[in-house]
Ligand binder design. Structure first.
Ligand code: C2O
Ligand code: CU
Length: 579
């Protein structure tokens, strides 16, 4: 195993995308940022040099960080943010997982431009892939372009103001059609292919707000892995990918040579009072002509590119079945599903509007007097703006952050008591045991503590107060088995029978369907403080988050090594993105 080193210089550069120049915060001047490639078992050292005017952390999305929670990159939880003109080296091993993961900033909305692929190859090389060896591998990051300042966007989110939309959608940082600059139609991201060859696309959804459908005219995809876990090959003409997820898909260039549009369409659930814009972006799959390799031009450019049938932007069923069709491949790396759970949690995901300034009544939602907040089991989580030390450090040294309330171990954040609202509205969810489940939401979700080795079952229940879409729920530090999903309200009496305990997909980001639920299990076997949150950035910022503590005894210190010496300190006041 090797030590792989990277230097990430975070700085602001001018980029021209939507017909105008914008100052964007990126790593090493690139958008997307550099792809990290390692072999399973390697150690990574990423030296982050913050030349931007913002506080930054980098999270290694999906990396388990076994015994290295300090490198997880969650502001205030595992580290204090890296302030301008400071450096920090993230050091961790990438072991026991292979496939496509990614890295992204975990402060505010900077994930939109601070992101890149993290590719883990098998120890014995590409020939040990459990699928036909591709000729070419390409990371393909689907994201958003924001003309608006990302710090302002974060402020609006914190302020419960949900009216901002991205300017455009992107593939590998390119806008493509239909974004049309002064009449020049651009191809966007171009994938040059050669007839007969197989391409492994390592798809990553880095968007803040958007779940996507991806299609390529005239071609099919075979999904072979998701979230760095192999799946049984699944062939489809439409990929559904939610923020935070990755999908490894094979595409065979077996169509008649020519040009084919690839399109990423933003999935948008209609909101009662909002007419949402249609968002999509396109790229191009372009066949190299057999003989003319001269100056990079291709033949067939006189033939109009083939357009795929566009997915419906309001179609929430295709993503439901897409995710339901994923099963894990039998493979030496496949972990064992826990046959029973030691602890069980029912968690509602909801959001609602409250009055600002604690007023008793305010005008209808959407007026200036109300603000949106999101919650898990009716608790809206807030990252503290200032702490003396990251919570992991406080916990490690057994400082005074833990409390037991009503017999339930709660991890109290400095801004306790938690903000509690009654946002669980199951009235729009078609069927199920409402009363019992409402009772279950009284287990508050700011934090939860597990003894190392506990098999945990979580049922995420989507609700319907304001939000009518899905929630891609992401757990740090662990992969989870996705046992079942369905529409309606979860009913333990009958829904347990639907569990797949044979080959459930193994994921780090689990899409909780619109008006439905997902049941998952994981073994809390990694000591540390692990963030669990919706990967829609606005839900995360508005409070759909919690912290899972995994320890053994009074603190994590009995298993977790001490913090690295250069861990940033917190003693310079405000630690929000903007200083
Ligand atoms: Cu990809 Cu907590 O994030
Ligand atoms: Cu959400």
């Amino acid at each position: 195993a090797a030590i792989v080193e990277h230097t990430f210089i975070v700085s602001q550069v001018n980029m021209t995308r939507s017909c105008k120049e914008t100052l964007v915060t990126v790593v090493n001047g690139q958008l997307p940022g550099p792809a990290i490639e390692v072999t399973e078992g390697d150690s990574l050292s990423v030296h982050v040099v913050n030349k931007s005017p913002y506080n930054i952390t980098i999270h290694w999305h999906g990396v388990k960080q076994r015994l290295s929670c300090w490198a997880d990159g969650v502001p205030m939880i595992t580290q204090c943010p890296l302030r301008p003109n400071h450096n920090f080296t993230y050091r961790f091993d990438v072991a026991g997982q292979e496939g496509t993961l990614w890295w992204h900033a975990h402060v505010g909305c900077f994930r939109a431009t601070l992101h890149g692929a993290l590719i883990i190859r098998p120890r014995h090389g590409a020939s040990s892939y459990p699928f036909p060896k591709p000729h070419v591998e390409i990371p393909m990051i689907i994201g958003e372009w924001w003309d608006m300042d990302l710090v302002q966007l974060e402020r609006n989110m914190v302020d419960g103001d949900f009216r901002d939309n991205p300017t455009a959608m992107t593939i590998n940082g390119q806008l493509g059609d239909p974004f049309n600059c002064s009449g020049i139609v651009k191809d966007g991201f171009v994938l040059d292919v050669e007839a007969g060859m197989t391409y492994l696309l390592r798809l990553i959804n880095a968007a803040l707000f958007t779940e996507f459908y991806l299609k390529i005219a005239g071609h099919k995809f075979t999904v072979v892995a998701s979230d760095a876990n192999y799946v049984n090959p699944y062939t489809t003409d439409t990929i559904a990918i939610a923020p935070g997820e990755t999908m490894d898909v094979l595409v065979v260039a077996n169509a008649p040579p020519g040009k084919y549009y690839m399109v990423a369409v933003a999935l948008q659930t209609p909101k009662p009072d909002q007419q949402l814009p249609f968002f999509m972006t396109s790229g191009m799959v372009q066949y190299r002509s057999g003989h003319s390799h001269n100056n990079g031009t291709t033949g067939h450019h006189n033939v109009a590119p083939v357009v795929p049938e566009l997915p419906d932007q309001h179609d929430t069923i295709t993503t439901y079945y897409f995710h339901g069709n994923l099963t894990s491949l039998r493979h030496p790396r496949r972990p064992q599903v826990p046959v029973h759970a030691d602890e069980y949690f029912f968690i509602t995901l909801s959001d609602g509007s409250i009055c600002r300034h604690g007023r008793q009544s305010c005008k209808r939602s959407g007026s200036n007097e109300s603000m949106l907040v999101a919650a898990m089991n009716n608790v809206s989580f807030q990252l503290p703006a200032t702490v003396a030390a990251p919570l992991l450090e406080a916990h490690y040294y057994h400082r005074n952050n833990t409390a037991s309330i009503g017999g339930v171990d709660l991890y109290m954040l400095p801004n306790s008591p938690p903000r509690v609202f009654n946002f669980t509205d199951l009235s729009l969810v078609p069927s199920g045991p409402k009363e019992a489940q409402l009772e279950a939401t009284k287990k508050r979700m700011v934090g939860r503590r597990f003894r190392h080795g506990t098999a945990v079952e979580v049922v995420f229940q989507n609700t319907a107060l304001m939000q009518t879409g899905s929630h891609p729920m992401h757990l740090h530090g662990h992969d989870v088995f996705v046992l079942a999903q369905d529409h309606g309200i979860y009913d333990p009496a009958k829904d347990v029978a639907k569990y797949n305990l044979v080959d459930p997909p193994v994921k780090n980001t689990v899409v909780v369907p619109r008006l439905g639920w997902v049941a998952l299990r994981f073994v809390a076997d990694n000591p540390g403080l692990w963030y669990v949150h919706c990967h829609f950035d606005f839900h995360m910022i508005m409070g759909m988050d919690a912290v899972f503590i995994v320890d053994d005894g009074p603190t994590v210190a009995s298993i977790l090594p001490p913090p690295p010496d250069d861990l940033p300190n917190c003693n310079h006041g405000d630690n929000h993105a903007s200083n």
